[in-house]
Design a protein. Sequence first.
Length: 175
Amino acid sequence: MEKSYKELLPQIDTLIFDVDGVLTNGMVTIMPSGELIRHMNIKDGYALKAAVKAGYRVCIISGGKNEGVRTRLANLGIQDIYLGAHNKMEQYTELVEKYQLNPANVMYMGDDIPDYPVMAKVGMPCSPNDGVREIKQVSKYISDKKGGEGCVRDIIEQVLRVQGKWDDNFDAQYD
């Protein structure tokens, strides 16, 4: 019998996230210069920083290439940031080899077809509430929050609480 997602939470040690549609709502504002502006949820940022501080491996694999996104995530303490990833399995495989990861201990949150190959390999695939049908079908957890609206905070907080590492006194600032 397949385990419920709550039974998987205690074994998670690595958190991998897509950006567009997960850390953002998937919408972009196109500036006259052609620059694409994305919006990220500050509560997701707090949770990402808290997870890093609590010792979790937090990684980003995104098809987008915006260096502002890299700067924002690096400022939260995330070291493994892969942008411009068109075949996300390459970066996932690199992470598995680099850190000798056990896929059963990896949570990946994605929202669209490019995320599917990695999500099919990890122990805990997750989706925002507005992920596409195929992603929801492969997911063991679907957040009640949409992409860019707290779905990242939702799953991080659940993992950390179950493992006794969520603390209201984290010094993770809202920056």
